[in-house]
Design a protein around this ligand. Structure first.
Ligand code: SF4
Length: 76
């Protein structure tokens, strides 16, 4: 799965939401979040993010954001 990280905070763009083929972006508390069970790992959102806030969970920096993404995505 891909995850949204803290660089998303206060970003006003929604480019990622528009390109996601499975609509797995949701509103979190201060960021958008990706539902880790719905993301199909296509990667198209990553280069679209102007804040470079989206990373694959294989990146070491992404790991700490995975539970935050799951927590907020599952509220919907
Ligand atoms: Fe959506 Fe693909 Fe990004 Fe996953 S990697 S959030 S499926 S655009």
């Amino acid at each position: 799965t891909y995850v949204v990280t803290e660089a998303c905070i206060k970003c006003k763009y929604q480019d990622c939401v528009e390109v996601c083929p499975v609509d797995c972006f949701y509103e979190g508390e201060n960021t958008l979040v990706i539902h880790p069970d719905e993301c199909i790992d296509c990667g198209v959102c990553e280069p679209e993010c102007p804040a470079e806030a989206i990373l694959p969970d294989t990146e070491p920096e992404a790991e700490q954001w995975l539970e935050m993404n799951r927590e907020y995505a599952e509220k919907w």
